[in-house]
Design a protein around this ligand. Structure first.
Ligand SMILES: *[C@@H]1O[C@H](CO)[C@@H](O)[C@H](O)[C@H]1NC(C)=O
Ligand SMILES: *[C@@H]1O[C@H](CO)[C@@H](O)[C@H](O)[C@H]1NC(C)=O
Ligand SMILES: *[C@@H]1O[C@H](CO)[C@@H](O)[C@H](O)[C@H]1NC(C)=O
Ligand SMILES: *[C@@H]1O[C@H](CO)[C@@H](O)[C@H](O)[C@H]1NC(C)=O
Length: 224
């Protein structure tokens, strides 16, 4: 939810600054880099096509280098519609969370299930794009990659800022609710009193008193 909001906001901001909304929905957001043991971890990998690039056939591939290890091992390969293969330790643990139902892939995000400490290390995703122009007369190939350094921790480390934010939100909520009730109560008493007096007084006094009580009850709508 927060992720979505962040993404939405970022995209809105980029649109305003850049006025380049030619590729709606594609923003290259970095991945989180801290996984929690035994939990699923989303490794985000996004490579947006440039403005004006035509449809591409894209195959994607993930490699992984364990900590203190020099070599990258291929762990996953995905291409729409029929390639989705995980290798080695990652067999049965990788779920595709990237672009859906298109071979023109811009997001190669994967979710790794049941994370263990040995999953810490360097992950890299590749996008192999093949563009074909004039119905295949002319073929153009590009490769891009993104790298993620992943830590694995035993327990989720909540960021201090998010905790403070939550407390502030809770506090504000309580204060505003109490204030609203106090104001309503005050206005109710004042109007009730005004109404009672008005029964005894004449009509012009009644009007004067209610308009006065309206002024004092800022923020709460008084029924006409
Ligand atoms: C690198 O990783 C492989 C398998 O994950 C392991 O067999 C090998 O011992 C590791 N090498 C080093 C130097 O850690
Ligand atoms: C998760 O991993 C642990 C050990 O690493 C294993 O005992 C457990 O069965 C695994 N669970 C799933 C759902 O794969
Ligand atoms: C992507 O392109 C590179 C370089 O040409 C190649 O080595 C690699 O095997 C390709 N990956 C896939 C999944 O086809
Ligand atoms: C990854 O991409 C960068 C450019 O973004 C390039 O310089 C680098 O050589 C690439 N790495 C691999 C292993 O292809």
């Amino acid at each position: 939810m927060m992720e979505l909001m962040k993404r939405g906001l970022l995209y809105a901001a980029l649109c305003l600054v850049w006025a380049d909304c030619s590729n709606p929905g594609c923003v290259e957001v970095d991945s989180d880099t801290e996984a929690v043991k035994d939990h699923p971890m989303k490794l985000r990998c996004i490579s947006c096509k440039k403005r004006g690039e035509t449809e591409a056939m894209t195959v994607t591939e993930w490699v992984f280098r364990p900590q203190q290890n020099k070599t990258f091992y291929k762990i996953y390969e995905y291409a729409y519609p029929d390639v989705a293969i995980a290798y080695g330790d990652f067999e049965n643990r990788i779920e595709w969370s990237g672009s859906k139902e298109t071979s023109d892939i811009q997001e190669a995000t994967i979710t790794v299930h049941n994370v263990s400490f040995s999953d810490a290390g360097t992950y890299r995703c590749f996008f192999n794009r093949t563009f074909s122009y004039r119905n295949g007369d002319f073929i153009f190939f590009t490769q891009t990659n993104k790298t993620i350094e992943l830590d694995v921790v035993a327990k989720e480390n909540r960021k201090l800022a998010s905790i403070i934010g939550e407390i502030m939100m809770y506090f504000l909520n309580v204060v505003l609710t109490l204030w609203l009730f106090a104001e309503m109560f005050y206005c109710y008493k004042k109007i009730a009193a005004a109404g009672e007096e008005a029964i005894q007084e004449n009509a012009s006094d009644y009007l004067a008193i209610t308009s006065e009580s309206k002024e004092n009850c800022t923020g709460v709508q008084v029924e006409e």
